[in-house]
Write a protein that binds this ligand. Structure first.
Ligand SMILES: Nc1ncnc2c1ncn2[C@@H]1O[C@H](COP(=O)(O)OP(=O)(O)OP(=O)(O)O)[C@@H](O)[C@H]1O
Ligand SMILES: [Mg+2]
Length: 432
């Protein structure tokens, strides 16, 4: 028997006992009067409590649950318990929902949900950025009314979603490449995922350019070599011509060797996971070596100076830095006409060791400066090639320096000259 029945029965038994006592002690009429009066009071009390309960149940939101004595107290207590449990469940669901939304918002990919009529139900901030949408304003709008690009409309219509769609000129600045993948779910609903693949695309473009450049760079000397070999095979050639041809073939094969050596050096730097050494570089020996090589290359056509602060030192891998500095000095000689000055400097600036190569040469136009460290990039292709350049020198320099966390700063003025500065990080800069 539950508590309602037990309490109701107890009340009825009490009324019955009272009525019986009245019947026995006073009179049957008095007993009847008492029974009617008590039952009427009980009915009124129940009606009052039903009215309170009705108000609680009819309220738009659950307010405070009233309290009462006895049987109604039990009813309200249970109602209170039920409401508390519901509130807890609603709270849990709300928290789960919030966490779910936060997780999707934290995703680097865009997420957009479409209903069965391709209307936007919800989207995260990344999807807003990728598609240029506004989640609040555009909700319940048909997606194809907002994104009208024919390739996207067709992709949605054709319903062939096994391959993602690539969309160019997207994002805030209309410069990104976005991969869009649609995943159907539920009753004809769609989940649209977007991913910014601009970097991936750029890397792929760089790889394609690189392969094309290598092939192009090797093709020219190979064509020259083949041409001479064919001439020597098919035509009678005088001993002097033969010697001249062999010399020219040797130049071309040395050029190819130079390219391959530079490419191997780059590959080695890229694959080397070991950080450069922290050994202190013998600056005096390095500078002596650089000056010696510069003089050999210049053959007296340039004035070569040094300005070295003897208190400044550098920590790093000797061979790598030697190759980087050597490259900068070689460039200075090659791109400075005869009579120019070249200065190899080392000084201390704001807590950093700074190595610099200054020249009074051709100079470089500002538009080329950001691209100089790209592989095979040359300002004047024919001039660089004539002087034996492959366009890989500064790419190697950049790699060596980035391994040392050093920065390459280039300042230049056309017709006046250039300064290539290498700023070493504090942990690789030493001062006595
Ligand atoms: N000191 C400089 N003065 C003027 N132009 C320069 C100087 N250093 C580099 N450049 C320009 O930058 C380009 C890229 O230089 P980089 O050293 O990468 O290639 P390179 O000298 O042509 O060939 P490599 O060094 O591989 O033999 C050069 O072709 C040249 O146009
Ligand atoms: Mg060079």
């Amino acid at each position: 028997m539950n508590v309602i029945w037990a309490r109701s029965l107890a009340v009825l038994i009490l009324i019955a006992i009272g009525t019986l006592a009245m019947y026995l002690t006073v009179s049957p009429q008095a007993a009847l009067g008492l029974a009617c009066g008590v039952l009427m009071a009980l009915l009124l009390y129940y009606l009052y409590q039903i009215n309170r309960l009705w108000k609680v149940l009819d309220a738009p939101a659950y307010g405070d649950i009233p309290s009462a004595l006895g049987l109604w107290g039990e009813v309200y207590y249970r109602l209170h318990r039920l409401v508390k449990r519901w509130r807890m469940q609603v709270l849990q669901v709300e928290q789960q929902h919030t966490r779910f939304i936060q997780a999707i918002q934290a995703s680097p990919n865009g997420v957009l949900m479409l209903d069965d009529a391709d209307q936007i139900e919800w989207c995260n901030e990344v999807a807003e950025l990728h598609f240029g949408l506004n989640a609040r304003r555009d909700v319940r709008q048909r997606i194809t009314h907002l994104i009208r690009r024919p390739e996207f409309v067709q992709y949605l219509m054709l319903q062939r979603y096994d391959e993602p769609l690539q969309m160019r000129d997207m994002g805030e600045h209309k410069q990104n490449v976005i991969a869009v993948q649609v995943l159907p779910y539920g009753d004809n609903r769609k989940l649209v995922l977007t991913q910014d693949i601009t970097k991936l695309e750029n890397t792929e473009a760089m790889r394609r350019d690189f392969v094309a450049n290598v092939s192009h760079e090797l093709k020219t000397p190979l064509t020259v070599l083949t041409g001479f070999l064919e001439t020597m095979r098919d035509l009678p050639v005088s001993p002097e011509d033969q010697r001249r041809y062999v010399d020219m073939m040797l130049t071309q094969s040395m050029r190819m060797q130079h390219i391959v050596e530079d490419l191997l050096a780059l590959a080695k730097l890229e694959s080397d996971m070991q950080p450069p050494s922290q050994d202190r570089i013998d600056i005096a020996a390095v500078v002596q070596h650089l000056v010696h090589d510069a003089e050999a290359l210049s053959q007296g056509r340039h004035a070569i100076d040094t300005e070295i602060d003897p208190t400044v030192g550098i920590r790093g891998t000797h061979s790598e830095l030697m190759s980087a500095f050597g490259n900068l000095v070689t460039n200075a000689i090659r791109y400075t006409p005869a009579g120019g000055r070249i200065c190899i400097c080392l000084d201390w600036q704001h807590g950093h060791a700074v190595f610099a190569v200054k020249d009074t040469g051709l100079g470089i136009d500002a538009e080329h400066i950001p691209r100089l460290t790209e592989r095979f990039y040359r300002v004047d292709r024919s001039r660089s090639r004539d002087t034996g350049g492959t366009g890989l020198g500064l790419a190697i320099v950049k790699h060596v320096l980035s391994r040392h966390h050093a920065e390459l700063r280039i300042s230049s003025e056309v017709g006046k000259g250039s300064v290539f500065r290498v700023v070493f990080p504090t942990d690789r800069s030493v001062r006595q």
